[in-house]
Structure formats: structure tokens, C-alpha cells
Write a protein that binds this ligand. Structure first.
Ligand code: PRP
Length: 183
């Protein structure tokens, strides 16, 4: 029997196994880059919470974690372009090597805004790590330093990504049936 969320999924784009294998590689690569540098993993909420939790455990470097919550989609399927800080960082990031963790890089508005913001707050370096990269939708000149998977321009949910705040707990990356968001 399909769950009530599975019924709304058109197809699986990235399986749980593929996500797990790729995160293991990313964690290893981050370890090589940041060993001895005491990085700060900075997750961009809400979408990044699932990826963040797996990524930090895949990278056994001495580090700490922090979160910032922003919103620009306001429950629409396309970004409004205006990024709002909903919950700010709770610590001084002056001189820190940041690993900014995102679930998806789409128009680039969020990370363009946040990169500037973290620079003004005194970060020593900013490394952008995203699970998904959707380059076809980019408006801002932002590239990820590390991306898990490049995805086509389809409406993806799961593994932290939502539609109207739901589907974040789907354990894989799926494409939503169009009738769900045209309801
Ligand atoms: C999503 C996602 C990224 C951003 C990417 O966040 O988590 O932060 O959009 O899109 P962009 O590259 O076009 O800026 P959203 O605003 O939907 O909030 P959420 O993380 O709470 O889902």
C-alpha cells in the first residue's frame, strides 16, 4: 500500500541509496578540505535539516553546527526573490570557515543574499554545499562549491524539500504530480 504522500509522487528522481552513497563521498571530500580547520556547518532552514544531519555525520571533522532560517518562496512554487531572515544565527562567525548547507540551489537568490550577509558578519571563508543543483533556473551568479546531484527543472520534494510545508519527510527526492500543485 502506498502512503498518502507516495500517492502524490509522480516519480523518484534520486533514491535513498543514491543519496546515501553521494553524501558519503561529499563528507569524505569535506573532511579532506577542512581537516584541522574547525569549520562551522551552517544549515539554511528549513529545507536543509535532513541533509545537514546526514552530512555532518558523514564528515568526522572537528566542527560545530549552526542554523539560519530564511524564506523567499512564501508557499509559492517560484521564488519571490526577496529573502527574509526568519531566525538569525546565534553566534559570532568572525574568522570562521563556513560550510553553508542547502537542500537546493535554484534561482540563487537565497545564497546570493546569504553569502553577502555572512561576509558582512566577518566569515573567513564560505563554502557552499548543496544536495541539489538546478542550474537551469539560476538568476543570480552563484555556483555551489559542491553539489550532490544536478536536477532538471521539475518540482522536487522530499529529503527536506517541501511543497506548502509538506513532503519534507519523504525519504527520497521525488517529483510531485502536477495536479497536486495546481489544485
Ligand atoms: C528553498 C531552499 C533554498 C531556496 C533555494 O527555501 O531550501 O533555501 O529555496 O531557492 P533559490 O536558489 O531560488 O533562492 P524556501 O524559501 O522554500 O524555504 P524552506 O527552506 O523553509 O523550504
Amino acid at each position: 500500500m502506498k502512503s498518502e504522500m507516495e500517492i502524490d509522487i509522480l516519480k523518484i528522481l534520486v533514491t535513498e541509496e543514491q543519496i546515501k552513497a553521494r553524501i558519503a563521498e561529499m563528507g569524505e571530500e569535506l573532511y579532506q578540505r577542512f581537516e584541522g580547520k574547525n569549520p562551522l556547518f551552517l544549515g539554511v532552514l528549513k529545507g536543509s535539516f535532513v541533509f545537514m544531519s546526514d552530512l555532518v555525520r558523514a564528515c568526522q571533522v572537528k566542527s560545530d553546527v549552526e542554523f539560519i532560517a530564511v524564506s523567499s518562496y512564501e508557499n509559492a512554487t517560484a521564488s519571490s526573490g526577496r529573502v527574509k531572515i526568519v531566525h538569525d544565527i546565534q553566534q559570532d562567525i568572525t574568522g570562521r570557515n563556513l560550510i553553508v548547507v542547502e537542500d537546493i540551489l535554484d534561482s540563487g537568490s537565497t545564497l546570493a543574499f546569504l553569502s553577502e550577509y555572512f561576509k558582512t558578519r566577518g566569515a573567513a571563508s564560505i563554502t557552499i554545499v548543496t544536495l541539489l543543483d538546478k542550474p537551469s533556473r539560476r538568476i543570480k551568479a552563484i555556483t555551489a562549491d559542491m553539489a550532490g546531484f544536478v536536477v532538471p527543472d521539475e518540482f522536487v520534494v522530499g529529503y527536506g524539500l517541501d511543497y506548502c510545508q509538506q513532503y519534507r519527510n519523504v525519504p527520497y527526492i521525488g517529483v510531485l504530480k502536477p495536479e497536486v500543485y495546481s489544485r
